[in-house]
Design a protein around this ligand. Structure first.
Ligand code: OAD
Length: 247
C-alpha cells in the first residue's frame, strides 16, 4: 500500500506521536465489537444493555457471565499485524503514547508499553464498591446465581471497564489529552470517532499543530478534518506505514 511521502517525512521528523485506537484495530483479531452480532448463548441479549450499571444492578450474575465469556474470547484471540506495527512504531519515535478505547488488552500483548486504556480492561476484576483490584485467587465464590464477592468488604466483583453512563477516570483522560496536545503526528485508527471524550482528541492534536491521520476502511466524522486518510484496514495500512518509515 502507498503511504504519502509527506506523512512519512512528518513521522521521521516527529519528536512525539500519539495514537488513538478503537474496536476496528482488533477486528482483524476476530474480537467481536459491541456492534457485531452476538453469538450462541448471548445472541438474544443486546450488548448495549449488558454493559451498564443498571444491568449489573438488576442481574449481576448475567453481566458477570457475559464478561467471563468475552474474557475467554479475548484470551483465544491473538494480536494482529496492526497491533504489532504500533508496538514497533513506539520503538521508532522518541515519544509515543497509545490511547485505546478497547478493553481487550491486545495492545499490551503485542508489546506496546505506553498504553492508556481509556475504557479499562476486561481482563481485570475490581470490587464494585471499593473499585480496587481483586485477583482471581482472592475471589469469594457466592453460588451459581451471584458474581463472586470481594474478600475485603463482601460486595460483588465486576470487570474493570467503563460502562455506558459511567464516567471515565480523570487521570486517564488528562493523560490522553496531554499526549494529543503535545504530539507532532496524531493517528486515529479503527474508531468511528463518535464517542467522546476519545473522539475529541484529534481536534486537540490539530489545535496544537499536529498532523492528523485517519486509518479506517470507512468514512467517519473525522475523515474530512484529517490531513491524511489511509482508507484501508489497519492490518494493511499500519505495517505499510512502519515499513515506509524504516526505509
Ligand atoms: P466502533 O465499533 O464504533 O467503530 C469501529 C470502527 O472501526 C468503524 O469506524 C469501522 O469502520 C472501523 N474498522 C472496522 N474494521 C477495521 C479494520 N480492519 N481496520 C481499521 N478500522 C476498522 O468502535 P469504537 O469507535 O471503538 O465505549 O467505539 C468507541 C466506543 O463505543 C467503545 O469503546 C465503546 C462504545 O460505546 C465503551 O465501551 C464505553
Amino acid at each position: 500500500m502507498e503511504v504519502p511521502g509527506e506523512l512519512v517525512g512528518a513521522l521521521r521528523r516527529a519528536r512525539s506521536v500519539c495514537v488513538l485506537t478503537g474496536a476496528g484495530v482488533s477486528a482483524e483479531s476476530g474480537v467481536p465489537t459491541f456492534r457485531d452480532a452476538q453469538t450462541g448463548l448471548w445472541e438474544r441479549y443486546d450488548p448495549l444493555e449488558l454493559a451498564t450499571p443498571e444491568a449489573f444492578e438488576q442481574n449481576p450474575r448475567l453481566v458477570w457471565d457475559w464478561y467471563a465469556w468475552r474474557r475467554e474470547l479475548v484470551r483465544e484471540a491473538e494480536p494482529n499485524p496492526a497491533h504489532h506495527a504500533l508496538a514497533e512504531l513506539e520503538e521508532l519515535v522518541p515519544e509515543f503514547v497509545l490511547v485505546t478505547q478497547n478493553v481487550d488488552g491486545l495492545h499490551r500483548r503485542a508489546g506496546s508499553r505506553q498504553v492508556v486504556e481509556l475504557h479499562g480492561n476486561l481482563g481485570y476484576v475490581i470490587c464494585a464498591s471499593e473499585r480496587t483490584p481483586v485477583s482471581p485467587d482472592e475471589f469469594v465464590p457466592a453460588g451459581e446465581d451471584r458474581p463472586p464477592l470481594c474478600p475485603r468488604c463482601g460486595s460483588y466483583l465486576r470487570p474493570d471497564v467503563v460502562w455506558f453512563g459511567e464516567t471515565l477516570s480523570m487521570g486517564r483522560i488528562s493523560e490522553a489529552q496531554a499526549a494529543a496536545a503535545g504530539c507532532d503526528v496524531f493517528l486515529s485508527v479503527g474508531t468511528s470517532s463518535v464517542v467522546y471524550p476519545a473522539a475529541g482528541l484529534a481536534s486537540e492534536a490539530a489545535r496544537s499543530g499536529a498532523l492528523v491521520v485517519e486509518v479506517n476502511p470507512q468514512e467517519t466524522p473525522l475523515s474530512g478534518a484529517s490531513d491524511h486518510v489511509l482508507r484501508a484496514p489497519a492490518g494493511t495500512a499500519l505495517p505499510a506505514l512502519v515499513e515506509a518509515l524504516k526505509d
